[in-house]
Design a protein around this ligand. Sequence first.
Ligand code: SIN
Length: 483
Amino acid sequence: MNISNKSLFKNKCFVNGEWINSANNSSIDVINPATLKSIGKVPDCGTKETHEAIKKAYESWKNWKEKTALERSILLKKWNDLILANQEDLAQIMTIEQGKPISESRAEIVYGASFVEWFAEECKRVYGDIIPDRFKDKRTVVIKQPIGVVGAITPWNFPSSMITRKCAPALAVGCPVIIKPAPQTPFSALALASLAEKAGFPKGVINILTGDAEKIGKELCSNSLVRKISFTGSTEVGKILLKQSAPTVKKVSLELGGHAPFIAFEDCDIDEAVTGAIQSKFRNTGQTCVCANRIFIHEKIYEIFIKKFTEEVSKIKVGNGLEENVTAGPLIDNLAVEKVKDHIQDAIKKGSKIAIGGKPHDLGGNFYEPTILYDVSIKAKITNEETFGPVAPIYKFSSEKEVIEMANNSEYGLASYFFSRDIGRIWRVSEALEYGIVGVNTGLPSKAEIPFGGMKQSGLGREGSKYGLEDFLEIKYINMAGI
Ligand code: SIN
């Protein structure tokens, strides 16, 4: 591995300021999805280690919440500076364990750091309220306080930025965190912890446990000392965590699956729409919750859009993400490849045609060709299930009303995109889409200052922006009499 700061590559968990193994010294292998070779082992922790980490995090809470916002902000800024100073090494680690092209890993490290920087500022503005009381001798004030220990369960598709998007606001308002990264991508998380240690966060405030997802997740959700769970991952797992958190009535935020509609109206700039479709569909080889999954094209521009889109997709260079000119890496594992195959075969059986791709890549392993399907049936699996792979299914539509109905016909409500130059339509369609995120004339709407999150079965709560602090705060009112 080509990293200059070797101390970033940790193979132990970080709990209460110490680097530890699992209680019985067992470990799990981490596989590079491009080469299918092991890149190292991390501890296989479970219930016992999680229980202990929660206790330590809880003990650290007393001092952490008593620090001023300015004191916490200074530490977060140091962490941000260290992440940026080590961005190339962090990007290398990410590509090796996750597979994404090195240019995307570099962009993700900067994106991830932007949450730390953002919340280092935003925590200084956690304002309360004064409520005019109905009685002359009484006064009421509202204050906001940190909720307590936070369990952050993060996914493999964004191994760094989903950690900072959850932990930066939690830490900023005075909550300690226990992070459980995805088993596929623990090294990016451990590298972030080592930089947090360098930044000087007090012991117990940031903890990372790798290992058995089910056991760690269950303990985080059921332990009453944990007051908040923040999860990014599938809707299926999100529902399990929500259930497990119910007996202790925890606050839960969930960033779950998506099935983003992407609409190109007849009045759009077609080249702009093609660029947006490439960005939103093929980023991270189609493995984002906000990927365009159903591409609706107006009948008047249907043929020309497919032609231009196919030309652009043919330029995607598939390969090992460490090679500088590669623009699409492998899928995360064989299961992901099988799902892509299944969705394509099913769509073809139901009448879809292939514009480009449609089969495993010659490189073998987890590599799959970027694929465009058109004339896709609304009965195809791909129309109703998230693929999480490099497949773009295209549908023809003829009216605004029809396409809004098609777009909203989903249990998911995370991201949506449309391209139009008609200002009236932009307002109408933005308001009609039942999605938490609407990208208008852009395929990349994510950034630190926006409230990322979904409606329906795409989740609960918002991350990023000023709203991203709310999930880690309790509201308290103080009613004073005898004034
Ligand atoms: C995700 O896919 O979960 C996050 C994508 C983003 O932040 O843009």
